[in-house]
Design a protein. Structure first.
Length: 654
């Protein structure tokens, strides 16, 4: 790992912590001795958290770890996740409470109470069953941020179907590979999503994904969202509003084994093929609900808002399952932060009186760039707690977030976790801890982590190393769908008996943790995980490209930016010469095959890639030049002139 001086400085000379505002923790439901409780009896602690949910059959065993790394939590218990997120609150007399204040990008709104949610989820469950969907069937969901997305996810949970949500910005190829890898029987989509006043064609993308035969999809259920005409395939496609008519809104829920799969969610790894992580019902819900309550110090009158899309794990755990299991009232917003103006998010906070706001550092840095005038012209005084997720938050962004958006008073909870971990793993307790800008600080009570060196030995305070998780936790992914071996190899083989997250971390002299970003070939762009290998494979598929290398270069706003280098084929030089801009063409090719988020910010057509004598591409050198740094040591290259030519080309464009 490359240790930059400022990172080490933080560890040996930590920033002073910020004490909680006087009285802040008063009335919190988070016990002051929660860490001591978890340390005294870890499994008992988790069992108590699980018992805060409603179990149809109580569990008697907390953890079965007899076949690591395949954990079984609460496995002899039976639970229905949707009942816990909906029916339970209605039964407790909270049916009139607002579950979701939904706002569409054009400004239309819907208010959904827990009673409403109860009816809609039951109706949708009946509808899915009428299509022959049942326990264990996989349903692909490719929808915008609309209430039907939540109805669909919870309806799947209610009937024991496994949802696989595909982010609405992904391409037809991405949909097809996800549909194929889990044999999805049903796709739920919309006639389009609304982005910056325009329609993004979701249904056409699904049609394209299913164009070539040989897939498992029997039906496509289509929600009508924007004014946008689409073609319906006879016998396959049905409109949600047509088929839902007259469907009963009462549905008797059955309970499923705690280990029954709840969902699959794909994420990029170090190889070309995304991994479908799957999560089990009881353990996942236990930790999502507990952390949502504890990390944010959730209280009865809070209005919570998480700005993440449900296409990512943050939307699963902290828009759908965590908040709804806790009976919270939340805001759900369909569109982008800058439509029709950069005031949009702040208007929403003001309009609904949002008290807890959970977002990503990239958004905060974006707002820092456009200036404090924009948030400051809104009354944001309702905010009580702010959360950050997706990538390391630099102390400057942390402070700006608190000072400008949080009126100088809100604590900020930096939450480290992953698609694989299902829920928060490292986060301060905002109700009681003094906070340290830029540090995620401590493992969540019940979670045990250790920062180790390459040989697996614990590093001393003031040092950097690799983050490992030493004990199983309830919301851990149960595997990679259909590929147990890959699950073992990817996460459990570097340090036998431990989970290796792929992140570097440091421990400061106070014992607080500082997350330092990925140590593998995974990039983090605006809090989204992208694989260098996947983008390279996509570029290499293009007929013009002989070979390519992709790096994540540090970027002021997005954390990292995708920078690609492609060697073009001489055999194609006539076709290439006929194009006006082959670099733009290749960037578009990546966006079309993976999704717009993967589109390289810069792409350079180069003569050759820098390689060592053994043929390994020196990505580190490419990263340095992309960040405007001088070219480092080139002595191991076969031909140092290759790197000089690339450096010149890049410097001319930076
Ligand atoms: C990777 C996981 C967790 C939901 C969003 C992303 C990075 C995430 C933090 C944080 C530093 C963070 C890590 C991790 N990451 N949160 N608070 N501080 N880094 O989920 O797509 O599964 O990505 O995001 O590198 O490994 P994901």
């Amino acid at each position: 790992m490359h240790a930059s001086d400022d990172k080490i400085q933080k560890l040996i000379n930590p920033i002073e912590s910020v004490a909680p505002a006087p009285g802040f923790g008063d009335g919190s439901s988070v016990p002051l001795d929660i860490r001591a409780q978890a340390e005294a009896d870890r499994l008992g602690f988790w069992a108590d958290r699980a018992r805060e949910l409603e179990w149809q059959t109580p569990f008697t065993e907390v953890l079965d770890w007899s076949n690591p790394p395949f954990a079984r939590w609460f496995h002899d218990g039976k639970i229905n996740v949707a009942v816990n997120c909906v029916d339970r609150h209605v039964a407790a007399g909270n049916g009139d409470r607002v579950a979701i204040h939904w706002e569409g990008e054009p400004g239309d709104t819907r208010t959904i109470t827990y009673n409403d949610l109860h009816r809609e989820v039951q109706r949708t469950a009946n509808l899915l069953e009428s299509f022959g969907i049942g326990k264990g069937d996989v349903v692909a969901i490719y929808l915008p941020m609309i209430p039907e997305t939540v109805f669909a996810m919870l309806a799947c949970a209610r009937i024991g179907a496994v949802h696989s949500v595909i982010f609405g910005g992904f391409s037809a190829d991405a949909i097809r590979s996800r549909v194929d890898s889990a044999s999805a029987k049903l796709v739920i989509t919309a006639n389009g999503s609304v982005r910056k006043g325009r329609v993004f064609p979701l249904k056409e993308t699904v049609d394209k994904a299913l164009e070539t035969p040989g897939h498992s999809v029997e039906k496509v259920l289509v929600v009508r969202r924007p004014e946008h005409e689409i073609d319906m395939v006879d016998g396959r496609d049905v409109w949600w509003h047509d088929v839902i008519e007259g469907v009963s809104d009462t549905h008797e829920a059955q309970a499923f084994d705690a280990e029954h799969p709840l969902f699959i969610l794909y994420t990029s790894g170090t190889t070309g093929q995304p991994k479908g992580l799957w999560h089990a019902s009881g353990g996942y819900l236990t930790q999502a609900a507990y952390t949502h309550r504890t990390s944010f110090d959730l209280r009865d009158n809070d209005i919570y808002w998480c700005s993440a899309d449900v296409g990512w794990v943050t939307g699963h755990s902290y828009t759908v399952y965590g908040p709804l299991a806790n009976g919270a009232t939340q805001v759900m917003y369909e569109g982008t932060h800058d439509y029709p103006s950069l005031d949009r998010w702040f208007e929403i906070i003001e309009r609904y009186g949002v008290t807890i706001f959970y977002t990503a550092p990239t958004a905060i840095r974006g707002f820092m760039k456009t200036g404090r005038e924009i948030p400051l012209r809104h009354n944001l005084s309702s905010l009580r707690v702010l959360g950050s997720v997706g990538e390391p938050i630099n102390p400057e962004a942390w402070e700006w977030f608190r000072d400008v958006i949080g009126s100088g008073k809100t604590p900020i909870v930096d939450t480290w976790w992953q698609t694989e971990t299902g829920a928060h793993m490292i986060a301060p307790l905002v109700s009681q801890d003094a906070l340290k800008p830029g540090s995620a600080q401590r493992p969540v009570p019940g979670v045990v982590v250790e920062v180790v060196d390459e040989n697996g030995n614990r590093v001393d305070p003031g040092q950097m190393g690799l983050l490992t998780i030493t004990e199983p936790w309830p919301s851990m992914a149960r595997g990679i769908w259909g590929d147990d071996q890959r699950f073992i190899e990817t996460y459990w083989s570097q340090f036998p008996g431990r989970y290796f997250a792929g992140d570097g971390a440091g421990v400061d002299l106070d014992g607080d943790l500082w997350l330092l970003g990925r140590v593998d070939d995974v990039m983090n762009v605006s809090g989204h995980r992208l694989s260098t290998a996947e983008i390279e494979a996509t570029l290499d598929e293009h007929p013009f490209v002989a070979e390519s290398a992709v790096v994540g270069a540090d970027d002021e706003t997005t954390g990292q930016a995708v920078v690609a280098f492609a060697v073009l084929k001489h055999s194609q030089r006539e076709a290439i010469a006929a194009e006006d801009d082959v670099e733009t063409l290749l960037r578009k090719h990546v966006a079309a095959s993976i999704g717009a988020i993967a589109r390289p910010k810069m792409l350079f057509a180069v003569e050759e890639l820098p390689k060592t004598r053994s043929g390994k591409i020196m990505r580190r050198l490419l990263k340095d030049v992309s960040e405007g740094k001088p070219v480092g040591d080139t002595s191991t290259l076969t031909d140092a002139a290759v790197m000089d030519a690339i450096a010149q080309k890049v410097a001319a464009r930076l």
